[in-house]
Design a binder for this molecule. Structure first.
Ligand SMILES: *[C@@H]1O[C@H](CO)[C@@H](O)[C@H](O)[C@H]1NC(C)=O
Length: 415
């Protein structure tokens, strides 16, 4: 009896404690817009009660909510089992989904699902996206990242400050933004306001926005930085692959052995070609030793460097340069031009085309697949198999006799 009472009150206390302690707001269809839209910055978790990752996140999320409350940053959650329609309307596809909302517009939370990561990320997001640049900080600031945009204006509200700030807000994780209203900084930079200058740690280090600055739109500004933030011919790796993937443009790879004494020579030789096709095709070089599997995936058959491939990222097509030939700037230029003119054939991985087809079951390989299988004059029944697969081996006699059967009665059926 005593025990029971003890447990009862302890669990009640715990329950009361849990409920009262939560700083995470529960959102419903009625409150979602009302609560989310006015907030300059908040985090929303879409979860399902049965999801293990959501359960693991829960204590971290609570802790983050409590800490961030002091900075007036709200954390909220939506139970997607209770509020299935709300989650469907928000196109939630997995649990947990964490979204950072700014006045109702969201971006995905990109970091680890740990309290300190969430807290750190949200605090960083709450700081101004545009840094004030003074004569004391200017020299350091323009070297502080790979891509830095600085607006030189007479006042912080001159055109196009609003557009500049909005772009900075959107891309605060991508690039660094600064604003300088001090005349001494303008002189040090050698500009007459209004001006926008991009400082880069690669290629041309200083580039001024070449069109009328006052009428700059966020879309134009964004496109301009995007274009310039892709180096002419950088090394590609896991760290920056995303930049190229996001641009969606075809990616031209020079595969190199990084220990090759002529490495820089090869890269330099290709830079003018990369410059010629800038904006149409992105050029990179890649460590062929470390990323040998990627070379294979791009249909380079031999371990022979340098090699060159164009990858159409939109259509997932691969255009390797003939590995029997030497890679030269002229050959690459010609090949890229042919590619852009639509005159280049992509390769598929393929076994050699069989010299003869002696059996009634037709042997299809990568190179003949299109012609045989998509032949409109024939009905084709295809077995995809692996030579090691037991079930496939057992199927073989049946398949062969089926092939023989149809070979006898119709020439319109291919197997
Ligand atoms: C732009 O951002 C700067 C720096 O945060 C701020 O001082 C200024 O008021 C903003 N201007 C506009 C028009 O939003």
């Amino acid at each position: 009896m005593r025990f029971q009472q003890f447990f009862k009150s302890a669990s009640l206390l715990a329950l009361a404690g849990l409920v009262a302690a939560s700083d995470v707001i529960d959102l419903t269809p009625d409150t979602f817009d009302e609560i989310v839209k006015p907030e300059a910055l908040m985090l929303v978790e879409f979860f399902a009660p049965w999801c293990g990752h959501c359960k693991a996140l829960a204590p971290h999320y609570e802790e983050a909510a409590t800490t961030l409350k002091e900075r007036s940053i709200k954390l909220a959650k939506v139970n997607c089992v209770d509020e299935a329609d709300l989650c469907a309307a928000n196109e939630i596809k997995g649990y947990p989904t964490l979204r950072v909302y700014r006045h109702g517009e969201f971006t995905d939370y990109p970091g680890p699902r740990k309290a300190d990561s969430i807290i750190g990320y949200m605090i960083k997001q709450s700081l101004p996206a545009v840094n004030e640049v003074t004569k004391d900080t200017f020299d350091e600031f323009k070297k502080a990242d790979k891509v830095i945009a600085v607006a030189f204006l007479d006042t912080v509200n001159d055109e196009p400050a609003a557009e500049f700030n909005a772009t900075a807000e959107k891309h605060r994780d991508d690039w660094l933004f600064g604003m300088a209203t001090d005349k001494e900084v303008h002189e040090a930079a050698g500009v007459t306001p209004p001006a926008i200058v991009l400082y880069r740690s690669f290629d041309d280090p200083v580039t001024s926005y070449p069109f009328p600055v006052k009428s700059l739109s966020t879309a134009e500004f964004e496109a301009w930085i995007k274009e310039l933030s892709v180096p002419l011919l950088d090394q590609v790796s896991a760290d920056n692959y995303q930049v190229y993937a996001q641009s969606g443009k075809p990616l031209a790879y020079l595969f190199l052995d990084p220990t090759d004494a002529k490495r820089e020579e090869y890269i330099d030789a290709l830079k003018p070609v990369a410059a010629k096709f800038k904006g149409e095709v992105n050029f990179v070089w890649i460590d062929a030793i470390q990323f040998g599997d990627h070379a294979k995936a791009l249909n380079l058959q031999e371990v022979k460097w340098p090699s060159f491939v164009i990858q159409d990222l939109q259509k997932q097509l691969k255009f390797p340069y003939d590995q029997d030939q030497t890679v030269t700037a002229e050959a690459v230029e010609e090949m890229v031009q042919q590619y852009l003119d639509g005159k280049l054939e992509p390769t598929l991985k393929s076994q050699p085309v069989p010299e003869s087809q002696d059996e009634s079951v037709f042997n299809v390989v990568g190179k003949t697949f299109e012609d045989v299988v998509f032949d409109d004059n024939k009905d084709v029944f295809v077995e995809f198999y692996a030579s090691w697969c037991g079930h496939c081996k057992r199927l073989k006699p049946t398949w062969d006799s089926l092939g023989d059967h149809y070979a006898d009665i119709s020439d319109k059926i291919v197997m």
